[in-house]
Design a binder for this molecule. Structure first.
Ligand SMILES: [Zn+2]
Length: 263
């Protein structure tokens, strides 16, 4: 059974995400997201559940309620992705543009780990659950992170496994120094600005300064960082041996006091 068309409809904007458009549609019709989805008879309370794939029946229901073509509805979801691309695309919003959000927008590119500045208005994206404007991040770190984000985007667009591996290796190592215990792809989607910025900046740094050199010169490398470093190189046995050798030599020559941070 087709739902009744809504009294008001809104046209989707370029790069708008399905869940964001549904929220605008709900607001235009003076209801909330859950009420809108219930009216359209879609079995979920959250539009975000539809962003990564919507079945033909649901697309048809939304289309007829909003008086648009089903293809338009489907075009607001993410297309099929490679596993690597999927790991760098957040399932839930983690950052947003403070300017565009005020107008109720939610855009697709914000979900990408490499998105840094809003493509619509140029404002730097901010973490959605992060502390609000608390501490100021150093401008130098922000610029480095912006360059790293651009490199990551380039590698993702090319679908270059070699470049993506190199980027994620840099992130793995860098975040271990920040005592972040987790997957590097998640670190780039972190709600903590310092973790995300540091990870992205490392991608840029790794280009001008190979990781092996970074391992030699990094002070305060602890056991976890060493393990992370080894994990980062596990698919390249020759490099792995070299890096482990360096790490062990460093540990022997400098003794246990290096565990203290000397930044
Ligand atoms: Zn914006």
């Amino acid at each position: 059974m087709k739902p009744h068309p809504l009294p008001k409809t809104v046209a989707p904007l370029p790069d708008e995400l399905l869940s964001g458009w549904l929220s605008r549609l709900a607001a235009a019709n003076y209801c909330d997201d859950a009420e809108l989805l219930a009216h359209i008879k879609i079995d979920t309370a959250h539009g975000t559940a539809l962003d990564f794939g919507i079945d033909a029946v649901a697309a048809e229901k939304i289309a007829s309620a909003a008086r648009v073509a089903p293809d338009v509805v489907r075009s607001l979801t993410f297309p099929a992705m490679t596993p690597r691309e999927a790991s760098l695309t957040a399932q839930m919003p983690f950052q947003h543009c403070p300017q565009c959000s005020r107008e109720g927008l939610s855009l697709r590119h914000w979900r990408r780990a490499w998105a840094f500045d809003c493509q619509v208005c140029g404002t730097r994206l901010v973490q959605t659950l992060g502390k609000d404007g608390g501490e100021q991040m150093p401008e130098k770190l922000i610029n480095r992170a912006r360059h790293g984000a651009a490199r990551l985007e380039y590698a993702a667009r090319l679908r270059s496994l070699r470049q993506l591996r190199r980027a994620m290796r840099a992130v793995t190592f860098a975040i271990s120094l920040k005592a972040f215990r987790g997957d590097p792809a998640y670190a780039l989607q972190s709600h903590k600005p310092e973790v995300r910025l540091f990870g992205l900046a490392a991608i840029d740094a790794a280009r001008s300064r190979p990781l092996v050199k970074a391992a030699i010169s990094s002070s305060g490398i602890d056991d976890y960082a060493r393990v992370a470093l080894l994990r980062a190189f596990e698919k390249e046995p020759r490099l792995l041996v070299a890096v482990d050798h360096i790490a062990q030599r460093r540990a022997r020559s400098t003794g246990p006091t290096t565990a203290e941070s000397r930044n």
